[in-house]
Ligand binder design. Structure first.
Ligand code: KG4
Ligand code: ZN
Length: 331
């Protein structure tokens, strides 16, 4: 089965083609216009998706050496995400599917982030624990199988990606913040500033990053509003460490509590090298997995891959094309 995946939930316009569980192509057009605003501007994102979608899809098809007529189905993100941005992808995909007379399926973006791990590890088996960390979500799920998801804990306020993005803004670094903080932290000593780690010593699986962000703000204000260049690596490394420690301590708790020996990390923050490196050390007794870097941040490969699984089961949403900006994985 050949499936086209389309992703437009935020500021990445992406298309990918998957055949029988194998990725044939994956194209991501990152919208650079947002960098100058220091964050995603929803209206700009929707307009850029409109402009970039057709070309991105055509590139994905041609790199996969398939034509539209070879497609057996189209999968697209229906939520969570920005309303206007989601609508562009859904409308485009539905129109294309109707024209080609093939099934069309709206998917949950966070579920696709979990399944990105199967592209990197085709032998992966259920059950597993998954730490989902993106710009809008920080959650730990117990995953028993396709459609079998139990939420073990989540953030009370900001998501981990948001903490990186807001921290980068306070530090005067660029957007997206995660990669900028990671770069700025290179060679830094993460023990120089002792930023708070909320819930670190509790046995509850929950996160909070708003206090950390305020603590960074106060720290920078005390330095006169700007971190001197020679102190930046230490400050960025300390801030990054506080986020990584919070995430991994709770993932550790989830693994210990369930006795499940496989833990995955998914979502944009899973691209963070410090997180990946420290996870490797903290889980000697457990398989710790994360997708290839370009499958962590938003992409359509994960949408095409998950779409193929559901389309094979006969699922189709040709008659229900609604987008759900706050779509949840499970309640
Ligand atoms: O999954 P994603 O691409 O989009 C959403 O679904 O939100 O995640 C985006 C988030 C952003 O907050 C970005 O700063 C963060 O992932 N991110 C990173 C890294 N690359 C992207 N955070 C830490 N380290 C990175 N290398
Ligand atoms: Zn995402």
């Amino acid at each position: 089965m050949i499936v086209l995946g389309i992703e437009t939930s935020c500021d990445e316009t992406a298309a990918a083609v998957c055949e029988d569980g194998k990725l044939l192509s994956s194209v991501v057009a990152s919208q650079e216009d947002h960098a100058k605003y220091g964050g995603v501007v929803p209206e700009v994102a929707s307009r850029m998706h409109e402009k970039l979608l057709m070309g991105t899809v055509e590139t994905a098809l041609s790199r996969a050496s398939v034509t539209k007529k070879n497609l057996h189905g189209i999968a697209v993100t229906r939520g969570p995400g920005l309303m206007g941005a989601l609508l562009t992808g859904i409308s485009f995909s539905r129109g294309l599917a109707l024209g080609l007379k093939i099934p069309f399926l709206g998917l949950n973006h966070m579920e696709a982030h979990i399944f990105a791990n199967f592209i990197t590890y085709p032998e992966l088996e259920f059950p597993f624990i998954c730490l989902l960390v993106s710009g809008g979500h920080t959650q730990i799920w117990k995953v028993g199988g396709l459609g079998n998801y139990d939420l073990m804990g989540e953030t009370r306020d900001d998501a981990a990606g948001e903490a990186f993005d807001k921290g980068a803004r306070i530090l005067g670094l660029g957007y997206p913040g995660g990669i900028e903080i990671e770069k700025a932290a290179r060679g830094g000593d993460s023990t120089v500033v002792n930023f708070p780690r909320a819930f670190f010593k509790t046995d509850s699986i929950e996160f909070s990053f708003s206090g950390l962000k305020t603590s960074l703000l106060r720290y920078v204000e005390n330095l006169g509003g700007e971190v001197p260049r020679d102190q930046m690596p230490d400050v960025a490394a300390s801030y990054q460490s506080a986020i990584v420690d919070s995430l991994l301590s709770k993932l550790r708790l989830a693994v210990d509590r369930t006795g499940i020996g496989t833990a995955l990390i998914g979502g944009g923050v899973a691209a963070n090298r410090k997180l990946r490196e420290r996870a490797g050390n903290l889980f000697p007794d457990c398989k710790i997995l994360y997708p290839d870097i370009d499958l962590c941040t938003d992409n359509a490969a994960m949408v095409a891959f998950l779409g193929e699984i559901y389309l094979r089961e006969g699922k189709s949403s040709i008659n229900s094309h609604c987008v759900v900006p706050n779509l949840r994985l499970s309640d």
